[in-house]
Design a protein around this ligand. Sequence first.
Ligand code: T5A
Length: 207
Amino acid sequence: MGRGICISFEGGEGAGKSTQIGLLKDALQAKGFAIVTTREPGGTVDAEALWQCFIDHKGQHWDVIAQAFLVFTTRRLHLVSLIEPSLAAGKIVITDRFTDSTRVYQGVAGGLGLDKIESIKQECIGDFEPDLTFIFDIDPSVGLARIGKRDPSRDTFEDKKFDFHNSLRTGYLDIARENSDRCVVIDANQSIEAIAAQILQNVTERI
Ligand code: T5A
């Protein structure tokens, strides 16, 4: 049995990642693949509990260094206890967010800088990167409008100013440009069906 592959979905708020992960999972399972879907921050009981502590306090008083260490602590737990064992068992792991989220939320928009993020990353998870990353690109005003009616207690960054969301978008596009072997940019303003078809085609080519 060969090693599985890890696919991450990235993008700003309300870009449509969760919707597409569900569709990709169904499509791949129908083809007989073993799929694990997961998400960050979280992915394991312990990691979810740590992130919940941040959410419960709205995270507003956590500075960006504390945020970065928190997400890498949860990521370490996620990688060691769920992602690596699943890949070793030959499964396809689909994760809603991974290190690119920290690069843009804490590193770019949060101002910590990418060098600091990389040094914390090396300590926590070494060179691990997903095999394939879909970066959902959308005007922040469209993404935020999509989730406007959702429970406001759930999220931490959605109420930040548009500058913050625009810098997330730029940060993601820079990552895609610099990692074109790993990253595929998706125009997230298309219909759900069109995006799903594009993603399935990309994944099918890789596997
Ligand atoms: N975070 C995370 C960090 O700061 N650092 C880190 O290292 C990590 C890992 C997570 C927060 O944590 C931060 C980033 C985030 O602020 P979350 O609640 O998990 O919070 O937020 P998101 O991951 O952003 O999830 P969202 O649910 O907000 O966005 P999705 O998953 O991209 O969007 P989805 O699929 O739920 O869709 C939103 C709505 O749009 C509709 C859907 O039906 C739904 O109603 N929709 C579409 N409508 C029109 N056209 C389409 N193509 C559509 N696709 C979906």
